[in-house]
Design a protein around this ligand. Sequence first.
Ligand code: FES
Length: 284
Amino acid sequence: MARRFKLRPIPGEEGDISEPGSMIDRRTFLRYSFNTAAGAITMASLGSIGFASMLMGQAEASGGDSAVRFWVPTGAEDSAWYGDRHLEAMNFSAFVEVAAATNTGMAGAQGVWSGMPVSVIYVPHDENKNLGLIENKPRFQLMDGYTADGKYVGSGHELNEKEEYSALSIHDNLIIIFSRCPHLCCIPGWQLVANDFTSDNWTPGGSDGGGNKLFCICHSSRFDPTAIEKNRNRNRSTGSEFEYIGVRRSGGPTPVGMPLIPFVINGDLLEALPDFKDWYTYCD
Ligand code: FES
């Protein structure tokens, strides 16, 4: 008999979230699960509604909820620094404070925005950008992107060069990443498991060396949140391809990296912007 997992509901959502205690099978779990140290994270089921339709529906109906909120994976309540802040709105100053106490000056957290899983990563870019590329002095790097079969797609520098990407310009030492693995759509996490890929150290170049990778426990894909590239993915329902700006795949079976989400800081609160909704449809 297939193993089944108990779901945690998202409070405040209407009509599309399973009731508390609903059970899903492993296939559904893999579609919607968060990764955790115990491998037993639960994320609300979206029933038959895909992420994209949920996002589009919210945006059209009400303008959407722009707040980015902490999401505490089950089992991480005591280990994650935001463990007691489940579904609270994310504030910028919390990342600055936590980052100041780390070896690299980086900090990250799992979150949810408009029903979608996100990773929010703080990188001391402004402090380190003029130092060159030095070990354990992390900064954002704009890099060339290639498809899984080695075809050049474009440069991360287009972030600054093309008007269409202006909403994504790097600011406030922070990025927000749509956190669904392009391999089989699990949800990679920030330091939710302990291994060489997630330890608090950093090497430049967007390679698989060093730590501080976003790590997907399903099949061990890794993503460097400091390496920004242009790449290509496709909507699995329609087959239509799109190009996006995102973080680089550094290792594992994922063919490409994950896209960025533009945001603003309103006072101290993080608010995401729905400028590139098609980029988040590759698991639909
Ligand atoms: S789903 Fe992430 S590595 Fe397979």
